[in-house]
Design a protein around this ligand. Structure first.
Ligand code: R5P
Length: 288
């Protein structure tokens, strides 16, 4: 039987203005986490909002501790709402011996008692809906409609493009859409961080004299989006707009996107920042 609902909000989600009780998270002098759940969770269906970026490792530990404690307080169901899933990008083993981190980390949420994980445009799911992933139920929602609703009024009859196959589901509902082909190189390590550069971006549709919106799940190093903007410009596109649910903008990539000719870059506030012009609140609250 479903319990009465209790919404808990981590301090790192305060800006979302979700109605609920704030949990107590502090950090001890040695850097370890202190967690306290200030509400009675007995026989309640608990929904906990918590961000796992930045400081992925620390915030994941906070999430595990909070869920464990909520479970010990006899909640009937525990739903973790994590707007951007950290460790979602290594979802395959490319070389023997590699840890498939998404599988490991999200499987680990079962142990403290998480029943369900709700997130946005999860990198390894690549479609919306409810999925079973290493024993945990994941509900993957999308920000595509909200991002496009923000950008479309600024454009003239735009063509909506995904920069690779993985983001195809973000443009599928559009009647005027295209999917670029992307090829990445092999891993290289620079200054201790490993990444694969985008080597080729090609398209089999015409962008000449068109306003274009390129939409993706994430802009991380910006390699994908920068190459996609350049390709559109080289093929004669008019104004090129960039949208992504999650904007990490590593390596100064937000400025670089404007430098290579993007008219505007917009993200959601799943990760708050300079380009976060679209709120996740309504989409995330749809599960309450
Ligand atoms: C790839 O499959 C994703 O949809 C993104 O295109 C990618 O993760 C973006 O990463 P970056 O900004 O580093 O190219």
């Amino acid at each position: 039987m479903a319990g009465e609902k209790l919404v808990l909000v981590s301090p790192n989600c305060r800006d979302l203005e979700i109605k609920g009780a704030e949990i107590d998270i502090k950090v001890f002098p040695d850097g370890e986490n202190y967690i306290r759940i200030p509400e009675d969770c007995t026989n309640r269906d608990v929904v906990l909002f918590h961000r796992c970026y930045p400081d992925q490792d620390k915030s994941l530990i906070q999430l595990f501790l909070a869920i464990y404690q909520i479970n010990e307080m006899h909640a009937t169901k525990i739903t973790a709402v994590v707007p951007y899933l950290a460790y979602a990008r290594q979802d395959k083993r490319f070389l023997d011996g590699e840890a498939v981190s998404s599988h490991i980390i999200y499987g680990m949420l079962k142990t403290p008692g998480c029943d369900e994980l709700v997130t946005l445009d999860c990198h390894f799911l690549k479609e919306t809906g409810t999925f079973k992933y290493n024993g945990i139920r994941i509900v993957n929602l999308t920000m595509a409609e909200e991002l496009l609703k923000y950008l479309k009024p600024k454009c003239k009859d735009p063509l909506v493009i995904s920069p690779d196959e993985g983001a195809r589901y973000l443009v599928e509902k559009e009647k005027d859409a295209g999917v670029m082909k992307k090829v990445r190189g092999t891993y290289k390590t620079v200054d201790g961080s490993s990444f694969r550069e985008v080597e080729v971006h090609s398209m089999e549709f015409d962008v000449k004299d068109r306003d274009v919106i390129i939409i993706d799940d994430i802009i991380s190093t910006g390699g994908t989006m920068i190459k996609a903007v350049k390709a559109c410009k080289e093929h004669g596109a008019n104004d090129v707009y960039c949208a992504a649910t999650h904007g990490l903008f590593l390596k100064g990539s937000l400025d670089e996107l404007y430098r290579v000719g993007a008219k505007e870059v917009v993200c959601s506030d799943s990760i708050p920042g300079r380009a976060s012009k679209v709120q996740i609140k309504n989409v995330m609250s749809s599960i309450l």
